[in-house]
Design a binder for this molecule. Structure first.
Ligand code: CA
Ligand code: CA
Length: 536
């Protein structure tokens, strides 16, 4: 597979990273529902582009406003796939790069795409093709759109090594890059169209979801509307939880066939609680199981895919249990799930016997321990050296700066900002229960009117950012734009499920704490057969 080059003369094919393969499933599905798919139905009519570029694209190449400057500016003529646009590569001191697309005809809106993981995206040949696809989808509808590498190149400094004795790079990654690049892009946009953006939007998932929440909390004036998908907002807690359960799972060596069997047993217990026997567990928190009673024990060896060794039962219990350090509850455990055996599920994120070589949890944990967690870095540190009770209290400033756990979003609220969060209930990268708990803490702090400014949509059967056995493709941007610009709050978002190119199911995602419930009439494959209802 090759990533499409975007006409930079010096661009080249980058090595395909594992994450690229994981994320490529999304980039292939261009005719399927994606962000902005529902633009035709938006009362904001955001595809109308009343503004035009007032400058020649190449003239932007000499543009500079301290501490930012443009490095390259190149005009792309209209093609069948894309409109005419100016492609700008820029730089901000000390080492932040950004890439900005300015369509010749502009809809007056600014759209920023976040990073994932530890950022460091290659902006010339993006390592995550879905980010570039989002930018292309945006310029087709007239948005000016930008993304950044957040201050380092993963190709040059892989994993966490960018943070080796480099506090400045840690701040850029934590929050500074998104803020400065959005500021800079807005100035460039104003200079190009002689008009300020009327509305600004941010869209990120995973690490990008963390960036979205960070923006709402720390720089509430940057965006009118923010999407925070599957946010890694509680970076310290999720990382420590991972460091603790990962060795237990590694030791247990569950196979994907056993993981599938586990999902079947859980589904039998939990599926019908929501009124529809459809393989979806609408609200895993409404179901409890006793794993000791549920899971058949193997006799001496794993004689079938549907039995479990005692240490495997223990590992499953550990993953679902809350994480405590020094007696304090640090992180909610994983919720119950129907099937974790598909691509981007357990096999991609957690240790298992089908993928002994790759251990994402260990990789991330060790990069953090070596370069970010402590004030004093040590590239020789490994997960085996980690002692939670001794180490967590000694984590340094950078680790705290990366966390986006503040529940005071008053300034964002007062300025009319709208936050749309979403997460798959079956996310295997980190616990989706923690995101639900953040939203509930937000509601507690900000009061009854919280949902006028912030809503969380939980997706049953969905994995990390995409994929899974449940409906997991939906346009969250059109509902957000309608909310910001027309004050139409999203009461539900329709998610779509595909088998190959065929749509097999539509389903409503409800604003938490509402949950979809089958009305008892109509096909269970259709969204209209469900209602979003309040908890009893
Ligand atoms: Ca460091
Ligand atoms: Ca169900």
């Amino acid at each position: 597979m090759k990533i499409q080059c975007v006409n930079w003369e010096f661009c080249q094919i980058v090595p395909i990273l594992l994450l690229t393969l994981i994320f490529s499933t999304q980039s292939r599905a261009t005719e399927k529902v994606e962000i902005f798919s529902d633009w035709r139905s938006s009362p904001a009519s955001y595809s109308e582009a009343p503004y035009s570029s007032k400058r020649k694209c190449e003239s932007l190449q000499s543009w500079s406003v301290e501490p930012a400057q443009v490095l390259l500016a190149k005009l792309h003529n209209k093609t069948d796939a894309l409109p005419e646009y100016c492609d700008v590569l820029g730089h901000i001191q000390s080492n932040i790069k950004f890439r900005l697309f300015l369509p010749a005809h502009w809809n007056g809106r600014f759209f920023m795409v976040g990073n994932g993981g530890l950022a460091g995206d290659d902006l010339l040949e993006p390592g995550y093709p879905q980010h570039l696809n989002k930018m292309k989808a945006a310029i087709r509808l007239g948005f000016a759109t930008v993304m950044t590498d957040s201050g380092h190149s993963d190709k040059e400094q892989p994993g966490g090594s960018f943070a080796h004795n480099n506090f400045s790079a840690e701040i850029d990654f934590a929050f500074r890059a998104i803020h400065l690049v959005s500021d800079t892009a807005k100035i460039l946009i104003r200079d190009n169209y002689k008009q300020k953006p009327e509305y600004s939007y941010f869209d990120g998932c995973s690490g990008g979801g963390r960036q979205g929440l960070m923006s709402v909390q720390r720089y509430p004036g940057d965006f009118n509307g923010v999407v925070a998908g599957a946010p890694a907002f509680n970076h310290t807690a999720l990382s420590v939880a991972r460091m603790l359960f990962n060795p237990v799972l590694k030791n247990a060596q569950l196979s994907l066939a056993q993981i599938k069997a586990l999902g079947k047993l859980i589904t039998a217990e939990c599926d019908l609680i929501d009124g529809a026997s459809d393989g979806l567990i609408e609200n895993p928190l409404a179901c409890t199981v006793d794993f000791d009673a549920l899971l058949p024990l193997c006799r001496n060896t794993i004689e079938s895919n549907s039995c479990f060794m005692p240490e495997q039962v223990q590992a499953i219990k550990t993953l679902h249990a809350d994480t405590y350090v020094d007696g304090a509850r640090l992180q909610a455990g994983y919720p119950l799930a129907s099937d974790l055996s598909l691509a981007n599920g357990w096999g991609s994120w957690l240790p298992n016997s089908d993928n002994k070589e790759f251990d994402f949890g260990q990789y991330y944990s060790e990069e953090l321990l070596r370069y970010i967690a402590f004030d004093k870095d040590d590239p020789a540190r490994s997960l085996a050296d980690f002692d939670a009770e001794r180490d967590v209290k000694n984590f340094g400033l950078a680790m705290r700066l990366i966390d986006a756990t503040d529940t005071n979003i008053q300034v964002f609220q007062k300025s009319g900002g709208k936050l749309l969060m979403y997460m798959g209930w079956q996310d295997m990268a980190f616990s989706s229960r923690a995101t639900v708990e953040y939203y509930e803490a937000l509601t507690e702090r900000m009061g009854e009117t919280t949902d006028e400014h912030a809503r969380l949509f939980m997706a049953p059967g969905m994995y990390h950012c995409f994929g899974g056995p449940g409906p997991n493709k939906f346009d969250y941007m059109t509902p957000l734009i309608n909310w910001v610009e027309k004050d139409i709050a999203p009461d539900r978002i329709i998610a779509h499920q595909y088998s190959g190119d065929k749509q097999t199911r539509t389903h409503p995602l409800c604003p938490w704490p509402q949950v979809a419930r089958y009305t008892g009439r109509g096909p269970i494959e259709e969204a209209d057969s469900f209602r979003c209802i309040n908890p009893e």
